[in-house]
Design a protein around this ligand. Structure first.
Ligand SMILES: [Zn+2]
Length: 269
């Protein structure tokens, strides 16, 4: 209960002065089994509690609650751009799995419970993106779609950095041969499918997402791995694979910043 805890941060995004966080389950006001920073409405969840939790997340990022935006996630590759005057409700009703903005002070958030959250920032313009990439989104390269949408809205060539957040890591992401083959095919160079003996294959989505970011123009060194397995770390994260219908949803969020911020490292979590 109480103040939301930012479970993990990207050292790279901190150093570049972008307010952001990979939030976990700690903090907030949701009762068990969704204790306690559940940030998505789903069966059995009180919408007011979720609203209150999102307001706490906004506060932790230093923005007004009305400036924190989410979308209706559908495991696709649609990207929603958020302008400074966009109404929260309009954005929230948009079916998309990535958000981009070039507006300083606008916060973008994605909800996950095993899927991969990815935060992207342009050091030159201050523009940012938040991406929800589960295995289905990864298969359709929602990361690439979001980076292209972000770059298309910029006036100058960007200098992008990204952070790949906690998710159902390779230790726990066991799949059937069909899903393994499909993910292998979408990023063959990523070598992300692990087969040990006769065990079912495991997939390292982090490797595929990194490969997709590089294919979208990011430098390998500009990508932070922010580690954490949602299923293994029960005290820190919600996990649908672990808890099924009794799992809440955590958020990853980032705030667009001023272009010529004279003190870009001022933000301290
Ligand atoms: Zn694990």
């Amino acid at each position: 209960m109480g103040l939301p805890e930012i479970a993990r941060r990207s050292p790279r995004l901190v150093a570049e002065g972008f307010a952001h966080g990979f939030f976990g389950r700690r903090g907030g006001t949701s009762p068990p089994p969704f204790d306690s920073l559940d940030c998505a409405t789903h069966p059995g969840v009180d919408a007011d509690t979720v609203r209150a939790n999102l307001a706490l997340v906004a506060g932790a990022l230093g923005v007004e609650p009305s400036r924190l935006h989410v979308v209706s996630q559908v495991h696709g590759r649609a990207v929603r751009e958020v302008g400074p005057g966009d109404a929260q409700g309009d954005v929230a009703r948009t079916e998309a799995d990535a958000l981009v903005t070039r507006a300083p002070g606008v916060a973008l958030a994605v909800r996950t419970a095993d899927c991969v959250p990815v935060l992207v920032a342009d050091l030159r313009s201050g523009a940012v993106a938040a991406i929800h990439s589960g295995w289905q989104g990864t298969e359709v390269d929602v990361v690439g779609a979001a980076v292209r949408a972000l770059v298309a809205r910029l006036d100058a060539a960007p200098t992008l950095v990204a952070a790949i957040g906690p998710h159902l890591e390779a230790c726990c992401f066991e799949v059937g041969d069909d899903v393994a083959a499909r993910l292998d095919a979408c990023a063959p160079e990523a070598l992300a499918v692990v087969r040990a003996g006769s065990a079912r294959p495991h997939v390292d989505l982090r490797r595929i997402v990194r490969w997709q970011l590089i294919a979208s123009g990011l430098a390998d060194a500009a990508i932070d791995d922010v580690h954490g397995c949602t299923r293994c770390e029960a005290a820190a994260f919600f996990s649908f694979r672990r808890d099924r219908e009794r799992s809440g949803r955590q958020v990853a969020a980032i705030v667009g910043r001023q272009v010529a911020d004279p003190t870009p490292t001022q933000w301290m979590p």
